[in-house]
Write a protein that binds this ligand. Structure first.
Ligand code: NAD
Length: 446
């Protein structure tokens, strides 16, 4: 494939055959540095991954990184913060990892990709004084990537690392993975301003078709949730649970209030479990109706919980959950609440996936005030790289990174964010290290 700015390095392009990735010992993997602190954390992640792969496979395997450009780098290379070529390159390479990107908020019309300042005019940034990064208001690069590549699953593993201060008494029992729907529900973006032609037309249509009234000065959001979108996510989550021999999978929904969106989400999920994973699964209803509550050995229990109750359950009985599948909005809240249970975003990895493409990412933002200071915690991006290695079935390298990170935290060699929390908890043997220092500390402990 021909690209203008993307230089494909030596190595093998990952293939997708018979529904499976085919990955050689020297695959080409895309890497998007990200805006803000992407400049600090991305090189550290690469160093840690390269060291783990070298150590695990004695030089018989290696990754060829292929730089891809979006955000500030997109502007520099293409004059666009969301270049089409970058999307095509991710599609071509099938696996990529990315730092965070600046996202505009509110009504401002321009955003500076250096410092994330938002203002009403182009040209020089009023805050940092730089003039090569101010671009017109654009939709989120993250959302755009998900939608253009149809990355329908946002996957977030949540686990505890010994020694990380946590607000939860049961933090050490937290070990589950969230599959959140990534393209429908509120992310479909059908949101219409109060008084707009579309909002007024929908209000009229609802009145005409159902007799129900909506206040005329209402903003209107449309919340589509399809059988297709839900079932493809359910298939991925169920397959994950079965492949990893996990005890349960839970559909999270608000079907008691929204029967035909949230309620159908659970119904369609159960249908996939019964129709396509019938041999491997038992529903909670069947467990009590037919099996006297005795779970057959080796089978996956499929259950559902109302969204508000799951927020209590993950705090009070986290050990009862291993895979959670949630619609977009509830999954958004749930992912952030869950990561707080184990000590916060600094160590929360994530990925956006379709059956063919995996885009792994830091889950925090660009933290502009720390850009270029070699200070922030690269843990989220490094753990996302662990997910990436597991996705490639390079488990040995993934395990080495986890081992190095666990030990570094136990030894108290951590970045400022964790150091501050650990000291507050009374630990005296904490050594605050830089962003790159944390990477080195992980590598030394692999
Ligand atoms: P943020 O996550 O960038 O920063 C909030 C605070 O969290 C920071 O000031 C810092 O104290 C801390 N923090 C964040 N990452 C850290 C790390 N790796 N190590 C240590 N501390 C860390 O959130 P924000 O300030 O709300 O957003 C800044 C920009 O990032 C915005 O433009 C936002 O839209 C964008 N953003 C992008 C993503 C993404 O690309 N996935 C996610 C969230 C926010």
């Amino acid at each position: 494939m021909e690209f203008k700015e993307v230089k494909i390095p030596e190595g093998d392009i990952i293939q997708f055959q018979d529904g499976k990735l085919v990955i050689s010992d020297n695959p080409v993997i895309g890497v998007l540095r990200g805006d803000g602190i992407g400049i600090d954390i991305t090189p550290v992640m690469k160093h840690v991954v390269e060291s783990a792969v070298e150590k695990a496979y004695d030089g018989t395997r290696s990754i060829s990184w292929c730089p891809l450009f979006a955000g500030l780098e997109g502007l520099q290379h293409y004059g666009s913060e969301f270049p089409e070529e970058t999307v095509e390159a991710i599609r071509y390479l099938r696996i990529a990892i990315k730092g965070p990107f600046t996202t505009p908020i509110g009504e401002e019309t321009h955003v500076c990709l250096h410092c994330a300042h938002q203002q009403y005019h182009a040209g020089t940034c009023d805050k940092c004084g730089k003039d090569d990064g101010v671009c017109e208001r654009f939709r989120s690069i993250n959302v755009n990537l998900r939608q253009h590549l149809d990355l329908f699953a946002c996957v977030r593993p949540i686990r505890y690392f010994e020694g990380v201060p946590s607000p939860s008494k049961y933090a050490d029992k937290v070990d589950f993975i969230i599959f959140r729907e990534n393209t429908e529900d509120v992310y479909a973006g059908h949101d219409f301003e109060a008084g707009s032609d579309t909002a007024l037309a929908i209000i009229d249509l609802v009145k005409e078709m159902t007799g129900r009234t909506i206040r005329p000065d209402s903003g209107i959001g449309v919340k589509p949730m399809s059988s297709t979108g839900t079932k493809q996510l359910a298939r991925m989550a169920l397959q994950w649970a079965v492949d990893h021999n996990l005890p349960s999978l839970t559909f999270v929904h608000k079907g008691n209030i929204m029967k035909f969106t949230e309620g159908s989400f659970a119904k369609w999920g159960y249908e996939v479990a019964a129709d396509e994973f019938g041999e491997a699964t038992v529903s909670e209803k069947a467990l009590w109706d037919d099996l006297d509550g005795v779970m057959p050995e080796g089978k996956l229990l499929v259950k559902d919980r109302i969204a508000d109750s799951i927020f209590q359950q993950i705090q009070t009985r986290p050990e009862e959950y291993s895979v959670l599948m949630a619609p977009n909005l509830n999954g958004d809240y749930l992912s952030d609440a869950a990561i707080a249970l184990v000590g916060g975003l600094g160590l929360g990895p994530g990925a956006n996936m379709s059956n063919e493409i995996g885009l792994f990412e830091a889950t925090h933002g660009t933290a502009p005030k720390y850009t270029g200071m070699d200070k922030v915690n690269p843990g989220s991006l490094i753990l996302s790289a662990v997910m990436m290695l597991e996705h490639m079935e390079w488990q040995e390298a993934a395990d080495l990174i986890i081992k190095g990170m666990e030990q570094s935290i136990i030894d108290g060699h951590v970045t400022y964010d964790l150091a501050r929390l650990m000291k507050k908890e009374g630990r005296e043997d904490v050594t605050e290290v830089s962003c790159s220092g944390f990477g080195k500390s992980i590598v030394e402990r692999m």
